[in-house]
Design a protein around this ligand. Structure first.
Ligand code: HEM
Length: 151
């Protein structure tokens, strides 16, 4: 899932050519992260939540970003090239810490509707803009269960 669907805009410092396209000096260039992430050749069934896709990938974000074989990069959310995110080490570790602590402290479950049926969040119901995230959806958070188990 791309959180930045288009990279941060840049401009080319000299005229260039890429697969037959002429790029004039000063032209804006944006990195289409969404298109790369949604490429079914790179990621079969790309919108399916499937952490097992990366089960054999032991690279850190920085190692993946500097892998000369672009097909071995897990994602491009930190950008690409020499303006790559300088904070990816902090970003990756902060995400790991916050997610693992949330999973340690809470039990997350889908909320029920009035008939007691589970409400499945729509993975395509996203906020709009350069950066996207899921719109708020109902859920059940059970910190209480944790307290119970400690008594
Ligand atoms: C999950 C968290 C983060 C994400 C998704 C993220 C994403 C990005 C992206 C997409 C860019 C533009 C890259 C490009 O133009 O190709 C960028 C640039 C940058 N990021 Fe991050 N970032 C994150 C966290 C951080 C943190 C924690 C720091 C600093 C402590 C940081 C510092 C920077 C800097 C300094 C740049 C500019 C690099 C340059 O233009 O040379 N980022 N980031």
């Amino acid at each position: 899932m791309s959180t930045d669907i288009l990279g941060v805009p840049h401009a080319v410092i000299r005229a260039d050519e890429y697969i037959g396209y002429k790029i004039p000096k000063g032209a804006g260039a944006m990195w289409n992260v969404w298109a790369v992430h949604m490429d079914p050749i790179r990621h079969p069934d790309p919108r399916r939540f499937d952490p097992a896709r990366y089960i054999d990938d032991h690279q850190t974000a920085a190692e993946a970003a500097s892998n000369p074989d672009a097909s071995k990069r897990d994602h491009f959310v930190f950008g690409a090239g020499r303006r790559l995110c300088q904070g990816m080490h902090i970003g990756e570790r902060s995400l790991f810490l916050s997610m693992s602590r949330l999973l340690w402290a809470f039990s997350f479950q889908k909320a029920d509707d009035a008939d007691g049926k589970e409400i499945v969040p729509d993975a395509d119901n996203l906020t709009e803009g350069l950066f996207v995230l899921p719109k708020a959806f109902p859920e059940k958070l059970y910190q209480e269960m944790l307290k119970e188990s400690r008594r």
